[in-house]
Design a binder for this molecule. Structure first.
Ligand code: GLU
Length: 287
C-alpha cells in the first residue's frame, strides 16, 4: 500500500450515468495502479433529494463495473455532528452570518437598475449581494433555522494568505494552481455553508469528509474545478490538509452537452439492461 488514497463521492439523487462511471473507474484504476486505497462516499447531505433506492443502485452499478472499495462507505447523513462542530467553530470566530434571502431576492438585488453592472456569477451561481450581511446585528446564539453564509472578506482576513493554491495532477505532471485572495470577494462572494433545510453544504462537507477519509488525491470532474479555491480556503480556515487534485475531462453527449442525472438514456442501469458489459462501458468512456 502507498499513501495514495482517493474516493468516488456520488450523490444518491438519480441513476449513475456514463460520466459517473468514468469518474469512478478512473479513480479506482489510479488507486489500484498506485497500490493505494479507493474509498466510497455517499453524498446524501441533501435529504430532500437523496433516496435510499438510488444509493442501493450505486453500490450495485459500481460492483457490476468491477469496482471494489476498501472500507465501509462513508455516508454524509452520519456526519451531521461533525458539520455542526465546524459551523459552530466558524460562527464563534464571527465568520458566518444568518441569511434568509431567497434565490428570487438575490436575483432582484443584483439586477436592480442602480447596480448598473451585469450580474456576476461564481461557482455557486449568482454572487450574493450581501443584503443580510449588512443588516445583521450580531448575537451570540447560533442561529438554528437560517441558512449561514461565509463572510468572505472576514474569512480572507482570518485565513491570512495572499493566494489559495493547490496541486493539479494531470498526465503524470504536477502543476500549481493559485487564486489570489483578493479576487475571491468578487469572483466567489459570501457562499452558503449551511442550508435552511439541511445542516451544512456541499463545500463544507466535502472538505471535512476528504480530510476525515484521509484523501491524498481527489479525482473529480472539471465542472467542479472552479469550486476548488473555495475548498482550499475552507481547509486553511479549518486547519485541514489540502489534497492533490485531478480534475478530469467530462463525458458529453453527441451535442457536446455534459451528461446530467436526468440523462436516463445513458444510465449505467439502462446499458446493463440492454446487455452491455463493463468492458463496453470502459470503451464508451475512452478507458
Ligand atoms: N457529490 C458530487 C457529485 O456527485 C461530487 C463532488 C466531489 O467529488 O467533490 O457531483
Amino acid at each position: 500500500m502507498t499513501d495514495f488514497i482517493t474516493r468516488f463521492a456520488p450523490s444518491p439523487t438519480g441513476p449513475l450515468h456514463l460520466g459517473h462511471a468514468y469518474s469512478a473507474l478512473l479513480a479506482h484504476d489510479m488507486a489500484r495502479a498506485a497500490g493505494g486505497t479507493f474509498l466510497l462516499r455517499i453524498e446524501d447531505i441533501d435529504r430532500t433529494r437523496s433516496r435510499l433506492h438510488w444509493e442501493d443502485q450505486i453500490y450495485d452499478d459500481l460492483a457490476w463495473l468491477g469496482i471494489s472499495w476498501d472500507e465501509k462507505p462513508m455516508r454524509q447523513s452520519d456526519r451531521l455532528s461533525e458539520y455542526k462542530l465546524a459551523l459552530h467553530d466558524l460562527w464563534n470566530r464571527a465568520l458566518l452570518y444568518p441569511c434568509f434571502c431567497t434565490r428570487r431576492d438575490i436575483s432582484a438585488a443584483v439586477s436592480a437598475p442602480q447596480e448598473g453592472a451585469e450580474p456576476a456569477f461564481g461557482p455557486d451561481g449568482l454572487i450574493y449581494s450581501g443584503t443580510c450581511r449588512e443588516q445583521y446585528i450580531r448575537s451570540s446564539s447560533f442561529p438554528k433555522h437560517d441558512a449561514l453564509r461565509l463572510d468572505m472578506q472576514d474569512a480572507l482576513s482570518a485565513a491570512d494568505q495572499p493566494e489559495f493554491c493547490y496541486t493539479e495532477h494531470s498526465s503524470g505532471t504536477d502543476q500549481t494552481h493559485c487564486t489570489p485572495a483578493k479576487s475571491m470577494v468578487h469572483d466567489v462572494g459570501d457562499i452558503v455553508l449551511s442550508r435552511r433545510d439541511f445542516l451544512g453544504s456541499y463545500h463544507l462537507s466535502v472538505v471535512l469528509d476528504d480530510a476525515a477519509q484521509g484523501i491524498s488525491h481527489v479525482v473529480r470532474g472539471k465542472d467542479i474545478q472552479p469550486a476548488t479555491p473555495i475548498h482550499v480556503l475552507l481547509q486553511k480556515l479549518l486547519g485541514l490538509p489540502t489534497p492533490t487534485y485531478h480534475h478530469h475531462r467530462l463525458i458529453r453527449d453527441e451535442n457536446g452537452k455534459r451528461l446530467a442525472k436526468r440523462d436516463d438514456a445513458r444510465a449505467i442501469a439502462t446499458y446493463r439492461a440492454e446487455g452491455k458489459t463493463p468492458d463496453d462501458i470502459r470503451r464508451m468512456v475512452g478507458l
